[in-house]
Ligand binder design. Structure first.
Ligand code: FER
Length: 350
């Protein structure tokens, strides 16, 4: 209920600000606020397929004219860094010969928050204690929780298909609840400076409590070598915050449509004090840092707008090596989310 109210609050704020003049739906999407321009709502899979196909196929052949017309051009499928701009729609469909895992809910004691906290875990379909697996921590959007990604039936399908095709190694996916409230911080998510603190604090809960719990209770490679982090929107922002704060703990990172607030800024939701000053967003000399960092965002993101691009510009300015790309025609939606994950999950073990 709290989640629905919170989503309504985002939609209302967006409407007041006159952006995304259409319906808003945040279900089943890892916390994504999906703003659909005045059109019938479709299932995520249909929506992804339609947008993917529109973006990938050449435009219809124009009627013949007297003057020669240039050949129609398709949106490039892959960029210069090897990023597939859209997740191919067949990766979101179940197929024979691939195995798909199921999410389980777990509880761990957070010594940081001094309370039990939840997470969901997606083990590889053939999980066995005889192997040691990498772990990907996947962070949800604002107002989400540990069940946000677990409610997305496409996610195990995408992962199973990537593994079946040998594009990803088998890995354990852990989806935490990010809002790491402790007694001295805000107790509910929202758009105020005070309510940003528990989100940022998750970096400490993750590194001090959740990662050790997972390493103790599952058969994992562990350490920096076997630990990856990614997130969507608020989860993208906290992915960036976490790797700036704990650069030597993660092998690779991916921030999909990262929300504002890592550094000072103002948007339609709030004034962001900034978790870091711009000049602090850098890695100290000699520190081990993630091998790969992706920042990506839809070209039509009506919620976080140009903030992801501004992070890209800041990373360039501060000399942080990373990959930046934009997802053609994607809003703050599943197309952006699956595109980022499709590319990022192929880094696992490489
Ligand atoms: C904001 C804009 C968007 C913000 C958070 C978001 C904390 C997050 C959106 C999401 O997670 O979908 O200004 O501030």
């Amino acid at each position: 209920m709290r989640r629905i109210l919170a989503i309504c609050a985002i939609a209302a704020l967006a409407a007041v600000a006159c952006i995304g003049c259409g319906s808003s739906d945040k279900s089943n999407d890892g916390g994504a606020t999906k703003v659909t321009p005045n059109e019938e709502q479709t299932t995520p899979t249909e929506e992804v397929k339609q947008v993917n196909e529109a973006a990938l196929s050449p435009s219809a052949t124009p009627a013949p004219t007297d003057t020669p017309t240039p050949a129609p051009t398709a949106t490039p499928a892959v960029d210069e860094n090897g990023m597939m701009l859209l997740c191919p729609s067949q990766y979101l469909k179940k197929r024979d010969g691939a195995a798909y895992g199921k999410f389980n809910h777990i509880t761990y004691y957070s010594d940081y928050c001094k309370r039990d906290r939840g997470a969901t875990v997606l083990l590889p379909a053939g999980y066995t204690e005889e192997k040691k697996y990498p772990v990907v921590y996947l962070l949800h959007g604002i107002f989400g929780d540990e069940n946000s990604f677990a409610g997305d039936a496409n996610l195990p399908v995408l992962i199973g298909n990537l593994v079946a095709d040998g594009l990803s190694e088998e890995f354990i996916l852990v989806c935490p609840a990010m809002f790491a409230a402790s007694d001295d911080t805000a107790q509910a998510p929202g758009f105020s400076a005070e309510q940003m603190i528990p989100y940022d604090n998750f970096a400490h809960d993750l590194t001090q409590c959740l990662i050790p719990y997972i390493e103790e209770n599952y058969s994992v490679i562990g350490g920096r070598e076997g630990t990856y982090i990614a997130g969507f929107s608020m989860g993208g922002r906290e992915t960036l915050y976490t790797i700036i704060t704990y650069p030597d703990r993660f092998r690779a990172a991916c921030a999909i449509a990262p929300a504002p607030g890592l550094v000072p800024g103002v948007d339609m939701f709030m004034t962001h004090e900034g978790s870091y000053k711009e000049e602090e967003v850098k890695f100290a000399d000699g520190v081990t840092i993630p091998d790969k960092i992706i920042i990506c965002c839809g070209t039509k993101d009506s919620v976080v707008g140009q903030f992801p691009k501004s992070y890209h510009n800041l990373f360039v300015k501060n000399g942080i090596d990373h990959i930046w790309y934009e997802v053609p025609n994607a809003d703050h939606d599943m197309n952006a989310q699956y595109s980022g994950l499709y590319n990022f999950l192929q880094f696992i073990g490489k």
